[in-house]
Design a protein around this ligand. Structure first.
Ligand SMILES: *Cc1c(COP(=O)(O)O)cnc(C)c1O
Length: 360
């Protein structure tokens, strides 16, 4: 069977050329006589792989000096705990913006370590938008302000880095990192699980302003102390070596494609195809406010949900899989990360038009 167009929200599609390179190098990396999986993480081969991955990520994202890059495990979900453990720094509370399912999980976890002030919430309209900065009620004593830059389930994206004054801005970028340039200098800390837009599951990337590190709450496990992890170049223990290697191949591929500004152009064009198809239709609908429409995760509904199963079946028959919406939202969701070619998005839009013609 040929490769499908995989619209999974995560673990998600990887670029074919990356998989092919990994395949070619699987049993013998660069004449080392070993697979990357078999290498000591302290050997010169693997150390060079990780150092190059970090250098390429720094170049791609324009990560300034004074920021540490960490290659960790535990997923974005562990960062829901590690951020308050490390960034409260003696303060009693932190500010959180509530824009959906992932925000809610981050808030729930942070409450274990301190008070949480929800600065604004879009729960009133079923998390279909992000409350604009002007509506936030910031606490002047907050240790930091946390946002979910892109709500993967709701398809709600925040464009730009909201002004948070002296409080460092912390962002969960799991499902939009590397999709477009961001100004890292506006953030105190950025984290992302790899399995959406970076590489395989098992790797979590953290980008942290150095001056924020080193004051974890009492009892913080060694493996959750950013400062210790940073001082040991993410090698306090064995890092997820193979996942770092694949992420490094993805970074090289993105550089070859012209970097994140070039990716943003392609990603905007891809998303536009689907949003145009939704706007032109009275059969399909988008639940998300226009100013927060995600470039990466596009939920949509059929006016008649009884046709959902038939729509999914027809999509599968055409080689398009994983379009079923998250159980908490229903309907459909097309995740169109960097690895989704524009042809896949066109195929989906064409199928939607065809389906509407026969069913409307
Ligand atoms: C997927 C996702 C998570 C959870 O990631 P894990 O790596 O499974 O812990 C958290 N936040 C966002 C925005 C996500 O998309």
């Amino acid at each position: 069977m040929d490769r499908v167009f995989n619209f999974s929200a995560g673990p998600a599609a990887l670029p074919l050329e990356v998989l092919q390179q990994a395949q070619a190098e699987l049993t013998n990396w660069h004449g080392s006589g070993m697979s990357v999986m078999e290498m000591s993480h302290r050997g010169k081969e693997y150390m060079s792989i990780q150092a190059e991955a970090e250098a390429d990520l720094r170049e791609l994202m324009g990560i300034p000096a004074g920021y540490k890059v960490l290659f960790l495990q535990g997923g974005a979900s562990l960062q829901f705990a590690m951020t308050p453990m490390n960034l409260l720094r003696g303060k009693a509370s932190a500010d959180y913006l509530n824009t959906g399912e992932w925000s809610k999980k981050a808030i729930k976890e942070a409450k274990k370590y301190g008070a949480v002030n929800v600065v604004a919430s879009s729960e009133d309209r079923n998390f279909s938008y992000a409350p604009p900065r002007a509506q936030w009620k910031l606490d002047p004593d907050a240790a930091y302000v946390h946002i979910t830059q892109n709500e993967t389930i709701g398809g709600v994206e925040i464009f730009g880095a909201p002004d948070t004054g002296n409080a460092p801005l912390v962002a969960d970028m799991s499902s939009m990192i590397l999709s477009r340039p961001v100004d890292v200098s506006r953030y105190g800390l950025i984290y992302a699980g790899a399995q959406k837009n970076i590489g395989p599951a098992g790797l979590t990337i953290v980008i942290a302003r150095e001056d924020l590190l080193g004051q974890p709450v009492a009892g913080t496990p060694t493996m959750m102390d950013y400062k210790i992890l940073a001082d040991n170049d993410s090698m306090y223990n064995t890092p997820p070596t193979y996942a770092v290697y694949i992420a490094g191949l993805v970074f090289k591929m993105l550089k070859a494609r012209g970097g994140l500004a070039a990716m943003e152009k392609v990603n905007r064009a891809k998303a536009q195809i689907l949003y145009d198809a939704l706007d032109a239709s009275s059969f399909f609908g988008s639940p998300v406010a226009k100013e927060n429409r995600s470039l990466m995760n596009i939920p949509f509904t059929l006016k008649n949900p009884e046709l959902d199963e038939e729509f999914l079946k027809g999509a599968k028959a055409r080689g398009m899989i994983q379009l079923k919406g998250h159980r908490s939202v229903g309907g459909m969701r097309a995740s169109i990360y960097n690895a989704m070619p524009i042809e896949g998005v066109r195929a989906l839009a064409d199928y939607m038009k065809e389906f509407e013609k026969t069913k409307a």
